[in-house]
Write a protein that binds this ligand. Structure first.
Ligand SMILES: Nc1nc2c(ncn2[C@@H]2O[C@H](COP(=O)(O)OP(=O)(O)OP(=O)(O)O)[C@@H](O)[C@H]2O)c(=O)[nH]1
Ligand SMILES: [Mg+2]
Length: 476
C-alpha cells in the first residue's frame, strides 16, 4: 500500500484561513514548513554563513557610497538632464526615473533566464513569442464587449448561484490583470438555472460577453450501471475516514462533469481554448500577453500553475484502471510522454509494462488554460469512457485533476504541457508566485506572502519532479 501523502487536510473546516493553517501544520517532520522544500536552489541560498554576510554588507556599503558620490557629481555637472526632477525634490525625481526605466518600452532581454549567483537582474522580457504588445486597456465604463483577443477562447466557470460573491472576486482579478485588454468571453455553467442576480452581477463584472449554460441532466446524474447501495456504502466509509468530500455526491458529479462533460457543453463548441476559473481564487501578477495565443503558437495543449500529490484514498484503483486502458490502447502513449513525472521514485525509468506505481502527482485543475481539442480527442474520450465504466467517480472519489493530469502526461509530449511560472495564483489552501524579483517589477505582482512560502518550494510540491523532466520556465 502507498502512503497517503496529500497535503490536503481531511479535517478542513469551513473557514478558509483555518484550512490554510491546518494544511500548513500538516507538513511532515523534516520538511521544515513551507518554503524549505526539496528545491535545491532555495536551500543552497540558506547555507551562507555569518562571515559571508558581513563581507557582503561591507562591500554593499562601499558600493552604495560610490553610487551616491557618483550621482551627486553627475547632477552637479549636468543639471539639465534631470530638470524635471528638480522641482519635485530628489526622492520623487528618482522614483520617476525608475518608472521610465522599467516601462515596457525600455524592457531588455535578460542575459540569462535565471542567475546562478542569486543576483537580481534589473530587466525582464517575456519569451519572444509573447512579444505582440498587449492591446490598450479598455476605458472604464466602456460598454463595448467586442472581443479584442484573436483566439477562439473563453473563460469557463462551473459554479453555484450561492458562490456569486467569490465568483466576482475571481473575475475582478482576472479582468484587472489580463482580460480588460483582451475582452475574452466568460462561459458560466451550472446544474441548476442561474439566478437573475448571478447573471446581472457577473455580466457587470466581465469586460467581454457572457453566456450561461444549464448542464443537461445526463451529464450530472448517476449512470445506470452504478450500483447505488454499493456507492452509498463507499461514501459512508470515506466520510468516516474523514476524507475530504468523501461523503458528497454533488462533489462526485462535479468531478465526473469536469472530467468527461464540460468540454461537451454546447456553449463551448465554438471554442478551441479555455481558461478554467474557480470562485475565490487569487491572481497576483499582470499577464501582458495572450496565453491562449502563446499555447497555440508554441504548439502546447495544457497549462498549469501548481502541481501536488492527490489524496490517495480518493483514487485507490484509478492507476490500475489506467494501466489496463494503456495495455489495450498502447498507441495513445506519446513517444515523448511525461510518464516519469507520474511514477514513484522506486519506479523511475520504468515503462508501463513494468506496472509502475503512481506517485499521485497531478496538475491542480482549479486553474487550467488548455486546448478543448485535447479532451475532444479519440484517446481522451476512450480513456474517460473506460474510467466511467469502471465506476470510480462514484465508488471511490476520483478527482478531475488526476484524471486530466494522467491523460495530459501520457497522451501529450512533455513539451506540450506548460508551467505558467509567470503567474501568481492562489486557491485555498496553497499559493505560488514567480520567484525572480525582477519579474515582480515587470508583472507588477502583489503576492500576499513571502516568496519563500511559495508552494513550489514546499516539500509537498510535485514541481521538482516536473522541473526534472521539463526544465524550468522563466518565473520559476
Ligand atoms: N453548479 C455547481 N457547481 C459546483 C458544484 N460543486 C462544485 N461546483 C463548482 O465546481 C468547482 C470545483 O468545486 P470546489 O468545491 O471548488 O472543489 P475543490 O476546488 O476541490 O474544493 P474547495 O475549493 O476546497 O471547496 C467550483 O468552481 C465550484 O463552484 C455543484 O454542485 N454545482
Ligand atoms: Mg475550488
Amino acid at each position: 500500500m502507498y502512503a497517503d501523502r496529500s497535503p490536503i487536510s481531511p479535517s478542513f473546516t469551513s473557514n478558509p484561513f483555518d484550512r490554510y493553517n491546518t494544511a500548513r501544520s500538516m507538513l511532515p517532520e523534516g520538511t521544515g514548513g513551507i518554503g524549505v522544500g526539496s528545491w535545491d536552489r532555495a536551500s543552497s541560498r540558506k547555507t551562507g554563513g555569518e562571515r559571508k554576510r558581513v563581507v557582503r554588507v561591507i562591500i554593499g556599503s562601499l558600493l552604495i557610497g560610490f553610487v551616491l558620490w557618483f550621482f551627486v557629481r553627475t547632477r552637479q555637472n549636468s543639471s539639465d538632464s534631470y530638470s524635471h526632477s528638480h522641482t519635485a525634490g530628489a526622492g520623487e525625481g528618482k522614483a520617476k526615473h525608475d518608472i521610465v526605466d522599467s516601462g515596457p518600452a525600455s524592457i531588455k532581454p535578460p542575459s540569462s533566464s535565471s542567475s546562478s549567483n542569486g543576483d537580481v537582474q534589473d530587466t525582464y522580457s517575456p519569451p519572444a513569442i509573447h512579444h505582440a504588445p498587449a492591446p490598450a486597456p479598455v476605458p472604464a465604463g466602456s460598454t463595448d464587449r467586442e472581443q479584442v483577443g484573436k483566439e477562439k477562447a473563453s473563460f469557463v466557470m462551473l459554479i453555484r448561484n450561492q458562490e456569486l460573491e467569490d465568483a466576482l472576486k475571481s473575475m475582478k482579478q482576472i479582468e484587472d490583470r489580463f482580460n480588460r485588454k483582451y475582452k475574452y468571453p466568460w462561459t458560466f455553467l451550472n446544474d441548476v438555472p442561474f439566478t437573475e442576480e448571478f447573471i446581472r452581477e457577473t455580466t457587470k463584472r466581465a469586460s467581454g460577453k457572457t453566456e450561461y449554460g444549464l448542464i443537461p441532466k445526463e451529464h450530472w446524474s448517476l449512470p445506470d450501471a452504478i450500483d447505488e447501495p454499493k456507492m452509498r456504502a463507499a461514501m459512508k466509509k470515506l466520510e468516516e475516514d474523514k476524507v475530504i468530500y468523501g461523503g458528497s455526491l454533488s462533489y462526485r458529479h462535479m468531478c465526473r462533469f469536469n472530467s468527461g462533460f464540460f468540454w461537451r457543453q454546447e456553449l463551448l463548441e465554438k471554442y478551441s481554448w479555455y481558461w478554467r476559473v474557480e470562485p475565490g481564487i487569487g491572481f497576483y501578477c499582470d499577464v501582458e500577453y495572450d496565453p491562449f495565443e502563446f499555447l497555440r503558437v508554441s504548439g502546447k495543449k495544457y497549462g498549469f500553475t501548481i502541481t501536488l500529490p492527490e489524496y490517495k484514498s480518493t483514487i485507490p484503483t484509478l492507476w490500475e484502471e489506467t494501466l489496463k486502458f494503456m495495455k489495450t490502447n498502447p498507441q495513445y502513449l506519446n513517444s515523448n510522454s511525461s510518464l516519469q513525472y507520474l511514477l514513484e521514485d522506486k519506479d523511475q525509468g520504468k515503462g508501463l509494462d513494468a506496472n509502475p506505481e503512481y506517485n499521485g502527482c497531478h496538475f491542480w485543475s482549479n486553474f487550467e488554460i488548455a486546448s478543448l481539442d485535447l479532451w475532444r480527442s479519440e484517446a481522451y474520450r476512450k480513456y474517460f469512457d473506460h474510467l466511467d465504466q469502471a465506476g470510480g467517480f462514484f465508488y471511490e472519489r476520483w478527482g478531475d485533476a488526476p484524471v486530466h493530469s494522467i491523460a495530459a502526461a501520457l497522451f501529450l509530449g512533455t513539451q506540450e504541457v506548460h508551467h505558467f511560472a509567470d503567474m501568481g495564483y492562489m486557491h485555498v489552501p496553497w499559493s505560488r508566485c514567480p520567484q525572480p524579483k525582477e519579474f515582480h517589477k515587470y508583472g507588477q505582482c502583489v503576492c500576499p506572502f513571502e516568496l519563500k512560502d511559495s508552494f513550489d518550494l514546499s516539500g509537498w510540491s510535485c514541481q521538482p519532479r516536473w522541473w526534472k523532466i521539463a526544465g524550468k520556465e522563466y518565473g520559476s
